[in-house]
Structure formats: structure tokens, C-alpha cells
Design a protein around this ligand. Structure first.
Ligand code: AHG
Ligand code: MN
Ligand code: MN
Ligand code: MN
Length: 330
């Protein structure tokens, strides 16, 4: 079975003009993921559970593992030769790496270092999400804000790590989506899920039902309809929602399904962050044949204006998304 490194090198060989910088970047992300995985696995034994006592820029309580993951991913990317800077959920502003090698680097990364913070202390799957962009600023200079505020459609690659019953790294380029499972016996991510396609139709919907009465009417109608669908039409759909976007999206990507994080009356843009949560998943899903929108337009077409902006997020199997839009807009 191919390791992540072998796979990216194999891809590289097919494109004679490629420089190997993206392979290097993915290798770096794989390395950081392995380090975070070790900590996640012994959470409860090491003093790594619980809050730091601090708040992040979005007003959320920061967990120790949020900080640990943010530090590891940022440091590994800084030490590598492919990344000129990082924007992260856990940092108020982006960081442009100042050393000469980083200033020459081709890419910038946006990351959610630890997704599913509320699940850390209770041993439910958590994850990491990342998006990779070719910088628009000149190489040789420090990365700029414009490098980070590109439309999701410009992503060169996007992916996630799920620290679950097994640990997986899934990443997409325009050529396809591939999943790698960490083999603990050799400490390598190995290609276990080649060429992932999202089924056009699924039976699962994932939404926080607790917020039902503050969703818009169209979303409420759609959710009702998930429950009322007759068995002959494949219903009723099964509801699955863990509070870890990575876990919910991973399941729906493989099995087919739909994930909703709508705006609410109090928070019209919902909760999820465009740059490092929604864009990477929208990219992965589109490459896999699925659809991701804010209810009106493709997520990947939104022009970002700030690093931590939020957006309503609807994503999943193509036919389920068409049905959702029909209920929302008719
Ligand atoms: P994070 O832990 O990175 O802040 O993200 C948590 C997100 C996402 O993973 C999940 O789908 C969502 O928050 C759950 O929010 P609710 O508890 O409001 O449903
Ligand atoms: Mn958070
Ligand atoms: Mn998150
Ligand atoms: Mn997070």
C-alpha cells in the first residue's frame, strides 16, 4: 500500500513541470498530524485536557489541545520550504514567515488546527482542517493579507485529518480526493481510500436540532421533510450530528448525506468560518462530486473580506443539496 509520501511523489512524476513543493507541504502537514495524533491518543493520561483559560478572537474558550495543535502545525509549516505563512482559527491575524526560505515559498495555508473542541474532553472524534493557496504576492517578499483572502475556488489543495477510531488524512487536489489511514505500526499514512466519490444521494442529515426554531422557514421545511419522507422515497432520513464538523463531513462524504449549519435569528451568518472550515470542505466535496453553498451561491465563489468571517454552510450529496435548495427557495 502506498504511503502518503510515495503517493505524492508518484503524482509529481506525472507532471514534469511540478516542483515538488506541494508534496513537501503535504508531507509537513502529515508530520504535524502525527505529532498531534500522539497527544490526542494519550489525552486523559497527559495533562492535555481542558481549557487554557483564554479566549480566541471569536470569543470561544480555548482548549489546551487547540493551542498544542496550532503550535505544531504552524511550527512544522514554518520549518518546511513550501509555506510562506499561515492563517488560523486560533490566531487573531495571519503570520507571514520572515526567514529567507519561507519568503521564497510558493504557498500559504489556512488551518483549523483542532476542530470539534467541545469533544476533546469526552473522547469523541476531532480533527484538523486545512486549505492551501498559491500566494498572489511576489515570491521573495513576505506573504500579505491578499494571499489569505482568496476565493476558495483558488485552492490548490485542501484536506482534513480525523483523529477517530483510526486516524486518517484525506486531501483533495483538482485531480481527485484520496484518503490515507495512519498505520501505527510503521507510523505512516497509507493510501486506503483512493479516488473518493461522494454518493449523489444519501440517507443522513446532520444539523444541530437544538437551534431548529431559530432557523429560517425554508431550512425548517427541509428538516421536516427529512423526517417525514416516506419509506418508498428512502425516508425517513437518519439524523447524525456529533459537534465535530470533520467527523460529520467525513461520514457524509463516504456514505452520502447532507450537513447543515444555517444562520440563526441571533447569528445570521451561523457559526462556521469560511476560510479554514467551509472552503476546504467545499473544495473537497466539489472534487468528489458533491455540492457546498451558503444557501444561495457556491461557498467557493464567496470573496472573503476578513480572516475569521462566518457563513451559513450547507454541503453534501448532489441530489440532497438540490432538494434542500428547492425547499429553501420555492
Ligand atoms: P471548532 O472546535 O474548531 O471551534 O469548531 C466547532 C464547530 C464544528 O466542528 C461543529 O460542526 C460545530 O462547531 C458545532 O457547533 P454547535 O455546537 O453550535 O452545533
Ligand atoms: Mn474553536
Ligand atoms: Mn472547527
Ligand atoms: Mn478549531
Amino acid at each position: 500500500m502506498l504511503t502518503l509520501d510515495e503517493f505524492t511523489i508518484q503524482q509529481l512524476k506525472r507532471f514534469p513541470n511540478a516542483t515538488g513543493e506541494l508534496s513537501g507541504l503535504l508531507r509537513d502537514i502529515g508530520l504535524a498530524a502525527k505529532r498531534v495524533n500522539v497527544e490526542v491518543n494519550k489525552a486523559g493520561l497527559a495533562d492535555i485536557l481542558g481549557d487554557t483559560g483564554g479566549m480566541n478572537v471569536q470569543g470561544e474558550e480555548v482548549k489546551k489541545l487547540d493551542v498544542y495543535a496550532n503550535t505544531h502545525f504552524t511550527e512544522v509549516l514554518q520549518r518546511g520550504i513550501s509555506c510562506a505563512g499561515v492563517g488560523s482559527e486560533e490566531m487573531d491575524d495571519y503570520i507571514a514567515f520572515e526567514d529567507d526560505v519561507s519568503r521564497q515559498s510558493k504557498y500559504v495555508c489556512l488551518i483549523d488546527p483542532l476542530d470539534g473542541s467541545s469533544n476533546i474532553d469526552v473522547n469523541i472524534s476531532i480533527g484538523t482542517i486545512f486549505g492551501v493557496y498559491r500566494r498572489v504576492s511576489e515570491r521573495g517578499t513576505a506573504a500579505t493579507q491578499a494571499d489569505f483572502l482568496q476565493k476558495g475556488r483558488s485552492q490548490i489543495a485542501a484536506g482534513y485529518i480525523i483523529y477517530g477510531s483510526s486516524t486518517m488524512l484525506v486531501y483533495a487536489t483538482r485531480r481527485g480526493v484520496n484518503g490515507f489511514t495512519l498505520d501505527p505500526s510503521i507510523g505512516e499514512f497509507c493510501l486506503s481510500h483512493p479516488d473518493i466519490q461522494c454518493p449523489a444521494q444519501g440517507m443522513i442529515y446532520s444539523v444541530n436540532h437544538g437551534n431548529f426554531f431559530s432557523y429560517g422557514e425554508g431550512v425548517r421545511r427541509y428538516i421536516d421533510q427529512c423526517q417525514q419522507k416516506a419509506p418508498r422515497d428512502g425516508g425517513p432520513y437518519t439524523q447524525r450530528y456529533s459537534g465535530s464538523m470533520v467527523a460529520d463531513m467525513h461520514r457524509n462524504l463516504l456514505k452520502g448525506g447532507i450537513f447543515l449549519y444555517p444562520g440563526t435569528t441571533g447569528k445570521p451568518n451561523g457559526k462556521l468560518r469560511l476560510l479554514y472550515e467551509c472552503n476546504p470542505f467545499a473544495f473537497i466535496l466539489e472534487v468528489a462530486g458533491g455540492v457546498a453553498t451558503d444557501g444561495h451561491q457556491p461557498i467557493l465563489d464567496i470573496q472573503p473580506s476578513t480572516l475569521h468571517q462566518r457563513t451559513p454552510f450547507f454541503a453534501g450529496s448532489r441530489e440532497m443539496m438540490a432538494e434542500l435548495h428547492a425547499w429553501m427557495h420555492n
